[in-house]
Ligand binder design. Structure first.
Ligand SMILES: Cc1cc2nc3c(=O)[nH]c(=O)nc-3n(C[C@H](O)[C@H](O)[C@H](O)COP(=O)(O)OP(=O)(O)OC[C@H]3O[C@@H](n4cnc5c(N)ncnc54)[C@H](O)[C@@H]3O)c2cc1C
Length: 528
């Protein structure tokens, strides 16, 4: 249940104010509350947005949610998430994930509105105060705190917070009021039309799910199709009428409300064939949308002293590039929450909060690269057709598929945790592992739901904790055996966000390795 705002007088101070109860603000609220920080989330809307947006999550973020116990709530089944292993798509070119030994592309087909509902429920469980109908109007910061002017249902009021995080979307008032620029690229040539619509039953192959438009080759669901005139996609998500979408370039501007006949005409131009569309039954919110142009932008900086940015407030991506914003924003929130909490408690090692931008900006830049490359591959014209043919040849190569799959999944952005990249787990999200801890087994992801540091000890002596006695109250030590074959690691130090800060493969780690473990704890949890 959402706590509406004005039942009690608004307190004048808060440890953290998060502006925006979209998915990323709610996720950050949960992360801060897990770390024991009191959070107020301001949301200008009275009710959650109903406009359908993302249809699901893709890549590493799915495993991050699993590390917080949220995968099961969203998927309706326990983890681990199952990676996609079949055909996928990049810029409407087929990407055969079946070529890979281990696909990094996890997927969770859950609409954004449901993600927001689950995160709201979780935030309320954890004691986050969500004030709906309260909009940030202005902010000013000094050395100790940030003063906010908030417009609430009972009028304007002031709020003072130690830190403020803007999770208020692409037009972020927080970012603007903090004077942070938003450089990037605006595309004004594209028009994307999208609708939930029913297609004639006889056009859909009941066995394969392919769309058979008379006069054309069968069209695979979800994979997208590019012609010389534009892009088309047919996405029959479960429990919904299919989502039909076209992308065209250099269309005349229109003030008319979007209609199904406009989409039918667009499909005819793009495919060169007719696809009859009918409005679906039922009164739930349906997509019927025309989006002209788009932006790919990354904030000049993610932090200005006591003001930070997450999600769309920090970065946005053009709609032709696959809309990866939510995948990235939830990972921002998980990266920032524990760092901000440690800073507020005064236990953070020097520079911890600045590592948020150091780690997340490269991830945002990789996503911008992906979005722009996909937009370029979709564009009309014979030159692009040539580029696509060559790119398609490269995608027959397993190494190229691995690289693109990691780009889409966000697994190529390794964090620099102070260790050289030796191809091991350090700097990456904890590997999927099952551990034997008498009398039962546990998945590694289940050990991180409380968002605390974890030391996994699979060594012969199970005495790794002896190397870090000063931190015994802060680091959860799990002594276990790998379930099944010998594990490729014998020791792992996980940060609260589930990322590996130290690892060993020795059954009896050397004194140098133990010193490295101490240094990793000092670096991420702080000297004691
Ligand atoms: C059509 C469409 C399809 C998409 N598909 C995908 C997809 O498939 N995959 C994907 O990963 N992403 C997708 N995205 C992007 C994704 O929806 C966004 O990245 C995501 O919504 C960003 O979440 P957020 O919490 O950062 O911001 P938002 O969802 O924009 O939430 C910001 C919140 O802040 C509130 N707010 C704004 N200003 C103020 C203020 N001054 N005071 C208080 N509150 C304020 C707003 O009311 C809003 O609730 C899609 C987007 C669109 C539009």
């Amino acid at each position: 249940m959402i706590h509406p705002h004005a039942a009690r007088p608004a307190p004048a101070t808060a440890e953290v104010v998060v502006v925006g109860a979209g998915p990323n603000g709610l996720m950050l609220g949960c992360e801060l509350a897990l770390a024991g920080i009191s959070v107020v989330v301001l949301e200008r809307r009275e009710r959650p947005e109903e406009e359908p947006k993302a249809n699901g999550l893709l890549g590493q973020v799915v495993r991050l949610l699993d590390h917080r116990g949220l995968y099961e709530r969203l998927a309706g089944r326990p983890g681990p998430p199952a990676p996609m292993a079949g055909h996928f798509v990049f810029g409407a070119l087929p990407l055969n994930l079946g070529l890979l030994d281990h696909s990094p592309v996890d997927a969770l087909a859950v609409p954004q509105a449901r993600i927001v509902a689950v995160l709201t429920e979780r935030a309320v469980e954890l004691g986050v105060e969500i004030r709906r109908g309260h909009a940030l109007e202005d902010l000013r910061q000094d050395d100790d705190a940030v003063d906010l002017v908030v417009d609430g249902p009972d009028g304007r009021y002031g709020l003072r917070a130690r830190f403020v995080v803007g999770a208020d979307g692409g037009r972020s008032a927080t970012r603007k009021r903090a004077g942070i620029g938003f450089p990037g690229v605006t595309y004004d040539r594209t028009t994307v039309r999208t609708a939930h619509a029913t297609v004639p039953t006889e056009y859909v192959d009941a066995t394969t799910g392919m769309l058979n438009v008379p006069g054309l080759e069968p069209i695979a669901p979800f994979l997208g199709l590019r012609t010389e005139r534009g892009g088309f996609s047919y996405a029959p998500f479960p429990d919904h009428p299919p989502l039909i979408s076209t992308t065209e370039w250099d269309q005349p501007a229109s003030d008319e409300p979007m209609s199904l006949s406009e989409l039918e005409a667009s499909v005819r131009r793009v495919l060169g064939a007719d696809l009859p569309l009918t409005a679906p039954d039922g009164d739930e919110p349906r997509v019927l949308r025309r989006l002209s142009g788009g932006n790919t932008r990354i904030a000049e900086r993610f932090r200005d002293r006591r003001v930070l940015l997450v999600g769309d407030a920090a970065h946005v991506y053009g709609s032709t590039g696959g809309g990866p914003g939510l995948n990235l924003g939830l990972a921002d929130a998980v990266n920032l929450g524990w760092k901000l909490a440690a800073t507020l408690r005064g236990t953070a090692p020097p520079g911890l909060l600045d590592s948020y931008e150091r780690e997340r900006r490269p991830a945002a830049e990789r996503m911008a690269l992906s979005a722009q490359a996909q937009a370029a591959l979709l564009a009309p014209g014979a030159d692009v057709t040539g580029l696509r043919e060559l790119f398609g040849e490269l995608l027959a190569d397993r190494g190229a598929v691995q690289r693109i799959a990691e780009l889409i999944a966000g697994t190529d952005a390794r964090y620099d945790v102070g260790d050289d990249d030796t191809g091991g787990p350090v700097g990456r999200l904890a590997p999927e592992m099952t551990l034997r801890t008498a009398p039962t087994t546990v998945r590694l992801a289940e050990l991180t739901v409380a968002a605390r540091p974890v030391l996994v000890d699979l060594t012969d002596a199970r005495a790794l904790a002896d190397a870090i006695p000063e931190w015994q109250d802060e680091v959860n030590v799990v002594r276990a055996q790998p379930d099944g074959d010998a594990a490729s690691v014998t020791g792992l130090l996980l940060r609260p966000d589930g990322y590996v800060a130290w690892a060993s493969t020795s059954s009896d780690p050397t004194p140098a390795e133990r010193t490295a473990l101490r240094e990793a704890v000092q670096r991420w949890i702080g000297p004691r």
